[in-house]
Design a protein around this ligand. Structure first.
Ligand code: EAX
Length: 324
């Protein structure tokens, strides 16, 4: 080897030994069940942008779609996926105390729901995740759920009787539809459209943002704005991921989660405002005037069971909550 080549090799060796440690980058995967342009997708994107900027790229957030919410929560619990953004639908099967927020007609409107969930009531429910191998980071939002079906216009509780309705894997929702005389059929979101196409079920219930984002108008003819239950969203993460963060990075992650919550809620508000007209334009027949009191009366037996089986004190606190 000539002198010049030896000198170059020595210089490279010295440079390699004196260079600082390679910039270590940690990847966090967030999975959610909807299109990237949906209310969950924009929430995840806002979190990603905020956290990657705050950590100067030491963290990278990888966003993936997985339309089986129960499967994602299981993956977060075992640590193969770091975080979940989705509805509380199947979450009551992992954290039973969360079922209390799935009770029909519990939340008066969006201000009531967001206020309660951001208050000590909602924060207390998030604390319950810790004992179940999960971290309930922040409440997100899915929206008020409405009924669609392909058989008939639904104007009253009696019109629901006999309908095969897909529900989430959620005992609280299933009890409500059984009480109305429907035939609730629980399944993951991933199975919904094939079930509607094949006629396995007649209908389903979801917030306007979900119906619009997934073009459910292509497989459902009738929409009734029942607003029968508010569907909270959640950002749930794996405990080991949170514990591995420095206090400063954890604070940055919480700030990013708040940015994600705001983007998510803003998108639900805008989708709710424009989505019904969009679904009419796409050909759905929409019933807007719904006798809510008639549905609440028809659910009386279910409410009695909820008071017995769920945390009645928390139900009372939620109903009594007022903005200060
Ligand atoms: O969270 O499964 C459902 O009906 C949910 O509303 C949907 O996955 C969005």
């Amino acid at each position: 080897m000539t002198l010049t080549r030896r000198a170059a090799a020595a210089a490279l060796a010295i440079a390699a030994m004196t260079a600082g440690p390679a910039l270590a980058q940690t990847t966090i995967t967030i999975q959610h069940p909807l299109p990237s342009a949906s209310h969950y997708g924009v929430g995840a994107a806002a979190l990603k942008e905020s956290f990657e900027r705050a950590t100067a790229g030491r963290y990278r957030v990888n966003i993936q779609r997985n339309d089986n919410e129960r499967e994602i929560v299981e993956s977060v619990q075992i640590g193969t996926v770091e975080c979940y953004i989705g509805s509380t639908g199947p979450v009551g099967n992992f954290v039973p105390g969360v079922r209390v927020v799935d009770v029909p007609f519990l939340f008066r409107d969006y201000a009531h729901a967001r206020g309660v969930l951001d208050s000590e009531i909602g924060q207390g429910l998030l604390q319950q995740f810790n004992a179940r191998g999960l971290v309930g980071v922040i409440w997100m939002e899915n929206g008020f759920r409405h009924l669609t079906n392909s058989r008939r216009e639904v104007n009253s509780p009696a019109d629901v009787r006999g309908l095969k309705v897909r529900t989430m894997e959620n005992q609280v929702h299933m009890r409500a539809f059984t009480t109305l005389g429907a035939l609730p059929t629980p399944m993951a979101f991933s199975e919904l459209v094939p079930a509607l196409q094949q006629g396995t079920v007649d209908g389903q219930e979801n917030p306007i943002p979900v119906i619009v984002a997934n073009n459910l108008n292509q497989v459902q003819r009738y929409l009734t704005l029942t607003s029968h239950v508010y569907s909270p969203g959640l950002l749930i993460c794996n405990p080991a991921m949170m514990q591995a963060m420095s206090p400063a990075d954890r604070a940055a992650f919480m700030a990013a989660a708040r940015a994600g919550q705001q983007a998510n809620r803003d998108r639900v508000s805008s989708d709710d405002a424009s989505g019904v007209e969009e679904l009419r334009r796409r050909g759905m027949q929409v019933v807007t005037q719904v006798d809510t009191a008639a549905f609440q009366t028809a659910l009386a037996a279910a409410f009695t069971q909820y008071e017995r089986e769920l945390d009645a004190a928390t139900l009372r606190r939620i109903r009594a909550w007022q903005p200060n």
